[in-house]
Ligand binder design. Sequence first.
Ligand SMILES: [Zn+2]
Ligand SMILES: [Zn+2]
Length: 159
Amino acid sequence: MNSASYPLTGGCTCRNVRFEMLTVPLYVHCCHCKWCQRESGAAFALNAMIESDRVRLLEGEVEVVDTPSNSGRGQKIARCPRCHVALWSNYAGAGEAVRFVRVGTLDSPDALPPDIHIFTASKQRWVSLPADANVVSEYYKASEHWPAESLARRRALQK
Ligand SMILES: [Zn+2]
Ligand SMILES: [Zn+2]
């Protein structure tokens, strides 16, 4: 997937919260849905999905804010209690076991380019994707896109 060296460190803007991602994520989403556009204030969100126990707090604590989500089932966004920058989310679908780490909060965000672009039906028109990008107009089935190793990790979570 990539050659970054782990753990990857990251944190909020005021540096109250510092965390590390212990291993390569399961999969990285670039989401172009309108919800992600609103929540980021930008054109898309970049989320690295990883088992919650592979994200370790190094300094500070997070404040978890219940937030509506596209699915209607809500998400829990972990934010720095001081500067309120969002660090990761847990969605109802994947539950507490998987965190969606906001790639831009990593010290080296270039380490995790997207594996897939989702909800490109609502992509802002000026955003052009590389010709070889993995693109779906809405959502997708993990079994059709994820590498075997990530699928095995996901199966281990469901036990
Ligand atoms: Zn902060
Ligand atoms: Zn989205």
